[in-house]
Design a protein around this ligand. Structure first.
Ligand code: SF4
Ligand code: SF4
Length: 359
């Protein structure tokens, strides 16, 4: 079953936009009581492979969600982002993020949204961070949806600015075919994405030796797991080069997690049980050991801390008495990670993270 042509609801209006409803759905039968028949809970699987409680290994990646405002309303969006959202990070919180970067020195700052470019503080914040942390010590990732870079001249000007500041661009392109991409991400998205990719290539992105990294993200366009990463990357490279003269560095394959708009789709289409069973049957202990929450801290637009972007959407706070970035201290690493049954999406098969497969 494929995703619908258009999201059925405005952002924030889906049944599982509410974290309590999503968590109730993810808790109910056929998940059994611990130790009883039924699907095993995720924490039981972790116990069986000696990983419960799951603990951080350090802070290598600070992932910052600068707001839920987006120019798109994709059918699978786990953030439930869209043009009608109002949540956005304010300068005071950006200042706290910078304080933590200076103190913790993670190797990566991963900026996400929504469309992060739409936050008015986006440019001054990155310029300030880059002035203190050069590209040799800090990889600054911007998760750009591509179409924003084609929406008007103000955003078009970001392409050479990205190159100047050595920004690592990571962008979704679920398919090399217009119909499948537009079905998931909206009418006309594929064409605008191709134009933006050409603009990025024109300033050196994706070219060997340029130092300008352009990665694409593929996530399935229906209720199934991603295919083999290496085979998909090879096909994407070949088809984008032949059909559009586009180059890029890496294809990151990401499993759709059963939360928010994608959970709405799974339940409404009758695919929920089959999809969860697929994830549970494909549980991979090696992937579980490398899940991204072990070396990442996620910051919500208002400064609240989470183990990952998915826990942020489910409002599962970190298990520590420090809960806000203004209070951050290194002791935050000393905590148990909050897991629930959506985590099966990170541990199926080769695993899934914001950097692609895990094993
Ligand atoms: S572009 Fe990204 S953040 Fe925006 S609606 Fe689509 S998936 Fe969500
Ligand atoms: S959903 Fe978040 S907390 Fe759960 S395994 Fe994945 S990264 Fe970790």
């Amino acid at each position: 079953m494929s995703l619908p042509d258009k999201p059925s609801k405005r952002s924030g209006q889906g049944q599982f936009s509410r974290p309590d409803r999503a968590l109730a759905q993810l808790s109910e039968s056929p998940f059994g009581d611990p130790g009883a028949d039924g699907w095993p809970h995720f924490h039981e699987q972790l116990s069986l492979c000696g990983l419960q409680p799951l603990r951080p290994t350090g802070l290598d990646i600070l992932q910052v969600n600068v707001g839920y405002v987006c120019n798109q309303t994709c059918a699978h969006c786990h953030v439930d982002a869209g043009p009608d959202r109002r949540e956005r990070m304010i300068p005071e919180i950006f200042g706290e993020v910078q304080r933590v970067l200076n103190a913790a020195r993670p190797h990566t700052l991963d900026l996400t949204g929504g469309a992060p470019e739409m936050n008015p503080e986006f440019v001054p914040f990155i310029e300030s961070v880059r002035a203190e942390h050069g590209p040799d010590v800090l990889d600054i990732i911007v998760r750009s949806n591509l179409t924003i870079l084609e929406s008007n001249d103000r955003y078009r000007a970001l392409v050479p600015w990205f190159a100047e500041h050595k920004i690592h661009v990571v962008s979704s392109l679920p398919s090399t075919h217009a119909r499948a991409t537009d079905r998931q991400r909206g009418e006309g998205v594929f064409g605008a994405s191709i134009r933006a990719l050409k603009a990025l290539n024109a300033v050196g992105y994706g070219e060997a030796g340029s130092g300008l990294v352009l990665d694409l993200v593929h996530n399935p366009t229906g209720a199934f797991l991603p295919g083999d990463n290496a085979a998909l990357e090879s096909r994407f490279k070949q088809e984008l080069a032949q059909q559009h003269d586009i180059v890029f560095n890496n294809l990151l394959t990401i499993t759709n997690l059963p939360i928010s708009r994608y959970l709405d789709f799974l339940v409404a289409s009758g695919n929920y049980e089959d999809y969860m069973e697929t994830l549970i049957e494909a549980f991979n202990p090696a992937a579980a050991g490398g899940v991204m929450c072990r070396n990442t801290l996620s910051v919500r637009w208002d400064g609240v801390l989470y183990d990952c972007d998915f826990n942020q959407m489910l409002d599962l706070p970190i298990r520590h008495n420090i809960r806000h970035i203004r209070d951050w201290a290194a002791e935050v690493n000393d905590r148990d990670i909050a897991v629930h049954n959506h985590c099966y999406g990170c541990t199926a098969g080769a695993g899934s993270s914001c950097s692609g497969t895990i094993v």
